[in-house]
Design a protein around this ligand. Sequence first.
Ligand SMILES: [Zn+2]
Length: 296
Amino acid sequence: MPELPEVETVKRGLAPVMEGSRIRRAELRRPDLRFPFPPAFSEALEGRRIVSLGRRAKYLLIDIEGGDVVIAHLGMSGSFRVEGAPEAETPGDFHMPRSKDTRHDHVVFHLETADGDRRVVYNDPRRFGFMDLARRQDLAAHPFFRDLGEEPTGNTLDADYIAAKFRGRQTPLKAALLDQKNIAGLGNIYVCEALWRAHLSPERLAGTLVTAAGKPKKELVVLTEAIRQVIADAIEAGGSTLRDHIRADGSLGYFQHSFSVYDREKEPCRTPGCTGTIGRIVQGGRSTFHCAACQK
Ligand SMILES: [Zn+2]
């Protein structure tokens, strides 16, 4: 499943092609993905210019002139690719069978760009992804976005903010960090990685990182920095996922297989000086990888 860094990578890969281009045609090859496309989806886009691309949590946001925004979610297996650029690979050049299967090309944006015509193709074999349309001014109050917490990117996420969220909470850290109302877009892999980096047990209760006065303890300051850093590192690496992922520029994606703790059950802990072994526990139905020796 694409996590926040993958969506950010997709956004950065698509932006040079899509921003400033005009949508000649928004071709829908089926009436729905996970949900039906909104009525008049294509009509709302055709002939319009794309103002900018953005991201909120794991949602890709395509701002269209006139105030409409396309909200796109990649679901479990969604990917974009660009066709028509001289340097772009054709679908047949992809090495991953799942993504070169054009039967799963469900949406094609036919674009007129400054460099000529391009096609931005959305492929999604499992169809857990979706696209919706909203007005820009309604976005903050939109059901997808109104309850989301701060982004782990940029400068808004700090220890004081998390302390206010965690104060008095008898919730394990793993669950508190996955709660999108606290931090937006943080998923299972990066929560495991951040907790390992901060030497904090996933079972530790969130409220124990906050003083009686509601201030962040030093451990929470360290955790906050770890969260920001694991996300920043992954974005820098071009996004990472457990499965192969096609990068948005039409080439095979950059895969970061080297997670420090995620999916490393029974391997030696990589914390310098630690002799522990990575264990796996199940929390909220999902695997948590951690080192009981150095994560307290
Ligand atoms: Zn360890």
